[in-house]
Ligand binder design. Structure first.
Ligand code: ZN
Length: 276
């Protein structure tokens, strides 16, 4: 695999996304931010969580090792063991992250998608790319986000509504009828969307945090096919700069209501090279 990626924090904040790759594997994580004034029980923070879990996963993803879900469950346990002596891991706001894992073996391309990052697969025999996204959090979120979306971004009222929204959703985290993310419960790994395909059937893949996929799935400024073309021809940084331009054009969230005016944005493009 040939992998190119770019990641950019929302202005003025630490980057809570993480992306990394080897010639056989790629991972992308999007840490769920703790809103200002909200507690998490962890002194390390969300950026540490995504970086530590992401590098643990990548190191474990050698060909022929366990399934991706097993590796994710092990990774969650490993990261918990690094701070269960110093932090309150039972806290409902303890750091969490979305996870995409992609691994190439001799025969197959395998994937795992947990929570709302997007994996695109450009298939040899399909006109449209396959978009894999776990939208359970959005399904819960739609019940609670009307108040927040009705307020102008950047106002104190919007900040307070966003905090209430995030805290409300915590009670749905990692339970049936709610949504699943990587946090402290290893069993969340087995709730991920997983699959595999013979390597010859996939031309390319893209991994996007929701701060990057919003160009397509919130702003409707490109299709998935166009996003893949931007990534393959102009590169991941170009896609992120288009996201930032759209965000700057709508600073108050009037055209596109959203929790965060700017979000950490990360995109990776993976060329499988088999069909080129
Ligand atoms: Zn901690």
């Amino acid at each position: 695999m040939r992998v190119t990626f770019a990641t950019e924090a929302a202005p003025g904040r630490p980057n809570e996304d993480f992306v990394a790759a080897t010639p056989e594997a790629a991972v992308l994580l999007d840490g769920a931010g703790t809103p200002r004034g909200s507690d998490s029980g962890c002194s390390h923070g969300v950026a540490w969580y995504s970086r530590t879990l992401g590098s643990t996963l990548l190191a474990s993803m050698t060909p022929g090792a366990s399934t991706l879900a097993e590796l994710l469950a092990e990774g969650i346990k490993t990261v918990s063991s690094l701070h269960d002596g110093t932090c309150d891991l039972a806290h409902p706001g303890s750091p969490s992250a979305t996870v995409i894992m992609l691994r190439r073996t001799n025969e197959a391309l395998e994937w795992l998608v947990l929570a709302d990052s997007v994996l695109l697969l450009d298939l040899v025999d399909a006109a449209e790319p396959m978009a894999i996204c776990d939208d359970r959090e959005a399904q819960v979120g739609v019940l609670y986000r009307a108040d927040m979306d009705a307020l102008d971004s950047g106002t104190d009222e919007h900040v307070a509504a966003h905090r209430r929204y995030v805290e409300t959703l915590r009670s749905y985290r990692n339970r049936d009828g709610g949504f699943w993310v990587a946090a402290t419960d290893p069993l969340a790994a087995y709730q991920a969307l997983t699959g595999s395909m013979p390597t010859g059937q996939v031309r390319a893949a893209a991994l996007l945090s929701d701060g990057a996929s919003r160009l397509v799935d919130r702003f409707n400024l490109a299709t998935w096919r166009e996003a893949l073309e931007i990534l393959g021809q102009r590169g991941p940084a170009d896609l992120i700069s288009r996201v930032r331009a759209a965000e700057r054009s709508d600073p108050r969230g009037e055209r596109w209501p959203r929790g965060k005016t700017y979000d950490d944005a990360t995109a990776a493009h993976v060329s499988l090279g088999t069909a080129e």
